[in-house]
Design a protein around this ligand. Structure first.
Ligand SMILES: [Zn+2]
Length: 204
């Protein structure tokens, strides 16, 4: 991530401490009735914990999937109720949308859709709820239909290091690439003897 962007969003979390041999996988835009259970199955197989930034309206539609995410020991985070772009949305509408999602998602973590959020929105969010805004240090690119699953795998495996926060999507748009890259990335993480950890609000 360019240093200037990180500096602009310096009140957000971009990376976890690299002192521990652990990586932090995150999954945005779910829950999805088939893809999310598949992701959970992969994580179970490799004994990896992760964080799911859910869209409120999708949780409303599939509350049982979110219950399963929590039951299996993962963390959930708020990703707005209807996947709003903060740059194109008034602060008032944006905050109300987050509040609406909060009714469905028990979490003190927030990730802005598209990584696009205004300073005024971050300030209001931190001020009103104490939520922590989580960005990322590594994008798999699984949302990009113009690249292959193998390329996504390489995007992650060529640079991944301890403390990285990695973005995937448990969504239809990403499925083709996710199905290819996730099991291979999980195998690599375990091969390195890294732990796959969830983000925990209390430690951030
Ligand atoms: Zn998203």
């Amino acid at each position: 991530m360019p240093a200037l962007i990180r500096w602009y969003y310096s009140s957000c979390i971009w990376q976890m401490p690299s002192s521990e041999p652990a990586v932090y996988l995150t999954f945005d835009d779910g829950p999805h009735p088939e893809i999310t259970p598949w992701v959970l199955e992969q994580l179970r197989k490799w004994n990896v914990r992760a964080t799911f930034f859910c869209i409120g309206s999708r949780v409303q539609q599939y509350p049982e999937i979110m219950a399963q995410i929590l039951q299996e020991g993962h963390t959930v985070g708020n990703h707005t109720h209807t996947h709003l772009n903060g740059w194109k949305t008034s602060d008032d509408v944006y905050m109300k949308n987050i509040q609406q999602a909060r009714e469905w998602i028990p979490s003190g973590l927030f990730r802005p859709p598209y990584g696009r959020i205004r300073q005024s929105q971050i300030k209001e969010l931190i001020h009103s709820s104490g939520d922590r805004v989580v960005m990322w240090s590594l994008l798999s690119g699984d949302f990009d239909r113009s690249i292959s699953g193998e390329q996504c795998m390489r995007n992650v495996l060529t640079t991944i290091r301890s403390g990285d926060i990695v973005v995937f999507h448990d969504s239809e748009k990403a499925w083709e690439r996710l199905e290819y890259c996730l099991p291979r990335i999980l195998a690599h993480i375990k091969d390195k003897k890294w732990e796959g950890k969830r983000l925990e609000y209390k430690y951030l």
